[in-house]
Write a protein that binds this ligand. Structure first.
Ligand SMILES: [Zn+2]
Length: 108
């Protein structure tokens, strides 16, 4: 292998490493997006489960005894305050900073 070939090969490798590095950066971006999305879904899922837990009509009687009257509304108000819709239109989806009139109507 002459010096010229060697130099070309090293240059080629350098280009490939640059491309790989760029791909790695892109993948890292996607991974953090997915982690963030997963976190949001986990929080949302927790809220939905706690909502269903107090509203599920099929829950056996003994499991319902710890639920006090009005607790469901308190739960909804809490979920709303934490930034999620509780109205039928957009239930469980994250709210923007503005109040939602449909949600507020439910809490009242
Ligand atoms: Zn709403």
């Amino acid at each position: 292998m002459d010096k010229r070939q060697l130099f070309d090969q090293v240059s080629h490798m350098e280009t490939q490493i640059g491309e790989l590095y760029e791909q790695l950066g892109n993948l890292k971006g996607h991974v953090s997006e997915i982690i963030e999305e997963n976190h949001k879904l986990n929080v949302e899922n927790k809220h939905l489960r706690s909502y269903l837990g107090t509203h599920d009509e099929t829950t056996p009687e003994e499991d319902k005894t710890h639920i006090l009257p009005g607790e469901g509304v308190d739960n909804l108000a809490r979920i709303y305050k934490e930034g999620f819709h509780i109205c039928h239109m957009q239930f469980g989806s994250p709210r923007t900073d503005e109040d939602c009139l449909f949600c507020l109507e439910l809490i009242d």
